[in-house]
Design a protein around this ligand. Structure first.
Ligand code: ATP
Length: 263
């Protein structure tokens, strides 16, 4: 077991809880898709795991450590083991690809070394190797604002990998991409989890993508888990239940998609 989420509840102060008593366990290397309609709580859930958002109650155990009890250096060390991928990439646009990726190491450095941009040869070599694996070797010295969305997301993945994470939290990683760029990103994430044994927790709006890529799907509706099981058991009825009125369009996608994600 790598991650255990126990009875996590989050209220932002409004009448409805964003997360309501969420519990699940994730094994090392598992590829888990988290699906659900807009506002279901997917993003809040990912952020409560690494404490970008503080949960109102509950507990998270990651790699044997009780995340909600850590502070200072221990919390930073733990966070460096959890890479995060964002819908809008969160890159520094005026910096180059290689500079953005090396930023992934900052969590390991003293403030001074980080501020001076002091990176070891070993770190630079690893950054290069990761960027090559992601097909970005020709963009190393390009500024990030000159890249396509798909390339930006690959830089985001490279930055996260340079932390040597045990787990990646991916918050709608393909929501801003066209289908072919989205496929490239999903293929890379899957490969990373299979080849490097890195656990992936991926928030997705698209059910067809979740079905095609994940070992397991967690369905969230109004802050609660309403499905947790293999993709093969996620029937059309269950999709209807999770998505309510948004379901029609999604089920059509599943049945009649271009086959882009299948096979
Ligand atoms: N910072 C915040 N302050 C107040 N309410 C928030 C905040 N962030 C999220 N919420 C609320 O919490 C609930 C869950 O939101 P969340 O963004 O986690 O859902 P989501 O499933 O990721 O949706 P989406 O796909 O639209 O991002 C929603 O009702 C949302 O309005």
């Amino acid at each position: 077991m790598l991650l255990e989420v126990k009875n996590v509840t989050k209220s932002y102060g409004g009448p409805k809880k964003a997360l309501d008593d969420i519990s699940f366990v994730v094994k090392k290397g598992e590829f888990v898709a988290v699906i659900g309609p807009s506002g279901a709580g997917k993003s809040t859930l990912l952020r409560c795991i690494n404490r970008m958002v503080e949960a109102s109650s509950g507990e998270v155990i990651f790699s044997g450590a009780s995340v909600y009890e850590l502070s200072g250096r221990e919390l930073r060390r733990l966070r460096s083991q959890i890479g995060m991928i964002f819908q809008h990439y969160n890159l520094v646009n005026r910096l180059t690809v290689i500079e953005n990726v090396l930023h992934g190491r900052l969590g390991y450095k003293s403030t001074l070394a980080g501020a001076l941009g002091l990176f070891t040869e070993q770190e630079k070599r690893q950054a290069l190797e990761i960027l090559q694996a992601l097909g970005l070797e020709e963009q190393l010295y390009q500024r990030c604002d000159q890249l396509s969305g798909g390339q930006k997301q690959r830089v985001g993945i490279a930055r996260a990998l340079l932390q040597n994470p045990k787990m990646l939290l991916c918050d709608e990683p393909i929501a801003s991409l066209d289908p072919s760029a989205a496929k490239i990103i999903m293929d890379h994430l899957k490969k990373i989890s299979q080849e490097r044994g890195i656990t992936c927790l991926v928030n997705l709006h698209q059910v067809d993508v979740a079905l095609a890529y994940s070992d397991r799907i967690i369905g969230i509706k109004e802050g609660r888990i309403v499905y947790d099981g293999p993709p093969g058991e996620l029937t059309a009825e269950k999709i209807y239940y999770i998505y309510g009125s948004e379901a029609g369009e999604l089920i059509m996608d599943v049945g009649g998609s271009s086959g882009l994600y299948v096979g």
